[in-house]
Ligand binder design. Structure first.
Ligand code: UD1
Length: 335
């Protein structure tokens, strides 16, 4: 079975490509490399022994995408490609809406042209917006977000729902990720954003590597046990496996399903910092600073649907996440 992975050179896409290849799927990656490196394809090959077919294209380029579908009989699509920096999306909303919506619409049009009816979408817990109480359950209204980035996820979920209503033999699984961190155990793949990281774990990793001076913990006065925000951090390899389970589900189902991928546990920023220090024997330079605009105090997943529907649950511990994230940095620095 041949799976198209858009954004397959990115952080979550590359880990998913590895799991797919190891499970026996043929993988075709399309990625415009706007926020990923070509060497990731070599590393996927190094881990799996198989080189995925790779096309450097943007999914909004219809002709190029048609050529990919014409040249490869694609059975299903896992769609990761998209801009993902929350803060940048506030400053450049048009770029975010144009890129994320155009690429998805184009992909759906080309899939329709080639009779491909299985779609796994990289959504986010951000679609639950600021109003829902946690833990978040899939039946809660998921119709609001706090940034243009998040709104593209809400809108794409809507597009996929409407499309599935119009095409009842289509299957779309909307995977709502919580906070993926960690790296592949080989140390060859991990989260390696361009520029100064926005997300917590890559920032911690750069401070640990002394590439950034100190971590600022955004807010120490939240109504949480230690005053710092709580999130549901999950290991990126668990998340990648979740995509395989969603794919297996989509292969013999129709319709649209939203599924949370999280552990179901909240961990605070301070707790994560302390676990990182402990398992990696590193002292992190950090200060507690003001709150960051738009951050919610605490949220995590209700992960029961993922287990019931997909037979998936997160297996890795916070320790594994912190250890593997650091191993990736050490490995990258000796390359
Ligand atoms: C955000 C987005 C989410 C997106 C995810 C990955 C929202 C509400 N959430 O999640 O949709 O999928 O990024 O791109 O838009 N922190 C610090 N110092 C730092 C960085 C982060 O203290 O230097 C804290 C934050 O305040 C937060 C936690 O670490 O409490 C996690 O932050 P981050 O990794 O950016 O993820 P989210 O904001 O939870």
């Amino acid at each position: 079975m041949r799976i198209l992975v858009t954004g397959g050179a990115g952080y979550i896409g590359s880990h998913t490509a590895v799991e797919l290849i190891q499970a026996g799927y043929d993988v075709v990656i399309v990625d415009d490399l706007s926020n990923a490196r070509r060497e990731v394809i070599d590393r996927i090959q190094e881990i799996t022994g198989t080189r995925p077919l790779f096309y450097q294209i943007n999914c909004a380029d219809k002709k190029a995408l048609q050529a990919v579908f014409a040249g490869n009989r694609i059975d299903a699509v896992i769609h990761f490609a998209g801009f993902k920096a929350v803060g940048e999306s506030v400053k450049k909303p048009l770029q975010y809406y144009r890129n994320n919506l155009d690429s998805t619409l184009t992909l759906l049009e080309v899939m329709e042209e080639y009779g491909c009816r299985k779609f796994i979408f990289s959504s986010s817990a951000t679609v639950y917006g600021p109003e829902n109480p946690h833990s978040y359950r899939e039946e809660m209204p998921a119709i609001q977000s706090s940034s243009p980035y998040g709104w593209t996820k809400v809108m794409i979920e809507r597009i996929l729902t409407d499309y599935t209503t119009a095409h009842p033999d289509f299957c779309a699984v909307l995977l709502r990720y919580f906070n993926p961190i960690g790296a592949h155990e080989s140390g060859l793949l991990g989260d390696d954003p361009n520029g100064i990281p926005n997300n917590l774990m890559p920032y911690i990793a750069r401070v640990a590597a002394r590439q950034l001076e100190k971590l600022t913990i955004f807010g120490g006065d939240y109504p949480t046990p230690d005053g710092t925000c709580q999130r549901d951090y999950l290991h990126v390899v668990d998340l990648a496996v979740g995509h395989l389970k969603a794919l297996e589900y989509a292969m013999d189902h129709k319709g649209v399903e939203a599924v949370n991928l999280g552990t179901g546990n909240g961990v605070s920023v301070l707790e994560l910092v302390q676990v990182f220090e402990k398992v990696n024997h590193i002292k992190l330079n950090y200060v507690i600073g003001p709150r960051r605009d738009g951050d919610l105090p605490a949220f995590w997943a209700d992960a029961t649907k993922a287990k019931a529907l997909l037979g998936w649950e997160a297996k890795h511990s916070i320790e594994d996440m912190c250890e593997s994230a650091w191993r990736f940095v050490l490995h990258s620095n000796v390359q």
